[in-house]
Design a protein. Structure first.
Length: 468
């Protein structure tokens, strides 16, 4: 309750200050608010969003701009006065600026790059030159480096001189005269060392480095496996190019997670927040997969046409078609979701395929047996109620064989669904495609078709010469 009152108070104060039209009062008010509170003011007062940033000190404006959503950033950067735009872009950390510019059309990027100072323009163009989704796009060239022959006292002098413009000084990087990375040393190791000690006496030559052309997911895995707030980025010849900080990797992980969730739902990934995505673009993103899945379901009609004679002879089999198809689709969706998540978390890799298959064969058979027994018992109980006149007779005299057919089909369909759902993401990964494409709807559609074939095959096996 106190937090809500505080938020209301900030909004009311903002409205009063804006109404006063006193520029100095507006600046003082905004510069004394928390960064997150100013971001909330921007979201709640869209008509003033560019005015809010324009009236803040450049350092605080940068702090706010970094945490805003992309559509809001785009609107603000186009509405700000040219001088303020130049100030903001020049002060943005290179990695954040690169992430923002890479989301804009090329003609807009060209105009914004012109607003940068010569040094910042050089940095921006260098980072934008790396492949999309590469570590090079994430790194910042602002870091503290020292030489192996420096003393600890020299290191602290370097930190005092250059650390102001860096994102982190938790780790200091050691290079040689050729610019090659030799080691990374935590600042606490320098703090604990005597001033006259040299850097090479502290080095242990054990460090983890990323390559500029690595995929951003490589950086995500590296941070998960190593307790670091930043990792160095090197060229193929081991030249130190920059560093990647954990906040950027967390942002990438969040983007990847959102993209995978959308793909697993059977849609293309959205480039913007849902409410900011134009309705026709949203339809376009969803229509493609819906058409593919719809055409896939035509195979179900083909499968039914193939068993048309069997259906005509034993219409009772139609009663269980939705049950069989949905059970197989559900098991496949479960398996694909578990495998895609495990792959995203780095818990499994392609080399684990045989171990995964064995587990899914066992679990698929066990799950199918559970559903098969339930289905068998349900038919038996229904028949028992029919014989006592409680229910209408649906299954006839061959109810037991129908129950066996349904039970066996459920085992086969659930087993097949588990195998399809678990193996398809691995196959796509092997082919270089995104495993998330093997979404739950996609797997369910495939299993629908094959599930009906399995069902009618078992029915033909048990009911041949009797109903079929």
């Amino acid at each position: 309750m106190p937090l809500e009152l505080e938020e209301i108070s900030i909004q009311q104060q903002f409205e009063e200050v804006i109404a006063s039209e006193d520029k100095l009062m507006i600046q003082e008010f905004l510069n004394h608010q928390n960064i997150s509170d100013v971001a909330d003011l921007i979201y709640n007062n869209e008509e003033y969003e560019s005015q809010i940033l324009a009236n803040m000190s450049v350092n605080r404006a940068v702090g706010v701009f970094k945490i805003l959503e992309l559509p809001t950033q785009k609107r603000i950067i186009l509405e700000l006065p040219p001088v303020k735009t130049a100030e903001l872009l020049n002060e943005l950390p290179p990695d954040d600026r690169t992430a923002f510019l890479s989301e804009l059309p090329s003609n807009v990027v060209r105009e914004l790059v012109k607003a940068l100072s010569p040094d910042e323009r050089k940095v921006a163009l260098s980072l934008l030159g790396y492949p999309e989704n590469s570590v090079g796009r994430l790194m910042t060239p602002d870091y503290v480096y020292v030489y192996e022959h420096d003393t600890v006292q020299d290191v602290f002098n370097t930190i005092r001189k250059f650390a102001k413009n860096t994102e982190t000084i938790d780790v200091i990087y050691v290079i040689n005269d050729k610019g090659e990375l030799l080691d990374d040393i935590r600042i606490k190791d320098f703090i604990m060392a005597s001033p006259e000690k040299t850097v090479d006496e502290i080095m242990d030559n054990r460090f983890i480095a990323l390559h500029a052309d690595d995929d951003q997911e490589v950086a995500n895995e590296a941070f998960k496996m190593n307790n670091r707030v930043a990792l160095p980025v090197v060229s193929k010849s081991n030249k130190l190019l920059g560093i990647v900080t954990i906040d950027d990797v967390l942002w990438v992980a969040n983007e990847e997670f959102s993209e995978d969730i959308q793909k697993m739902g059977g849609t293309e990934a959205l480039d913007e927040p849902y409410l900011e995505t134009p309705i026709f673009k949203l339809i376009k993103k969803r229509a493609g997969w819906l058409i593919v899945l719809f055409l896939g379901e035509f195979l179900t009609a083909s499968a039914l046409a193939f068993f048309n004679d069997e259906i005509a002879k034993a219409t009772v089999l139609v009663l269980f078609m939705p049950l069989i198809a949905s059970s197989g689709g559900n098991s496949g969706s479960q398996a694909s979701t578990l495998i895609i998540q495990a792959m995203a978390m780095g818990e499994i890799s392609l080399k684990d395929w045989w171990h995964i298959m064995r587990r899914e064969i066992f679990s698929g058979f066990a799950l199918g047996a559970i559903l098969g027994v339930i289905g068998f018992i349900r038919i038996c109980l229904w028949h028992l109620l029919m014989t006592h006149g409680v229910m209408e007779d649906l299954y006839g005299v061959h109810w037991l064989l129908i129950a066996v057919s349904v039970g066996a089909s459920l085992i086969g369909v659930v087993l097949w669904g588990s195998l399809m759902g678990s193996m398809l993401p691995l196959i796509l990964k092997k082919l270089g495609a995104d495993p998330a494409v093997s979404s739950a709807p996609f797997v369910a559609t495939l299993v629908d078709v094959t599930g009906l074939i399995i069902y009618f095959s078992f029915a033909y096996l048990f009911l041949k010469g009797i109903l079929l």
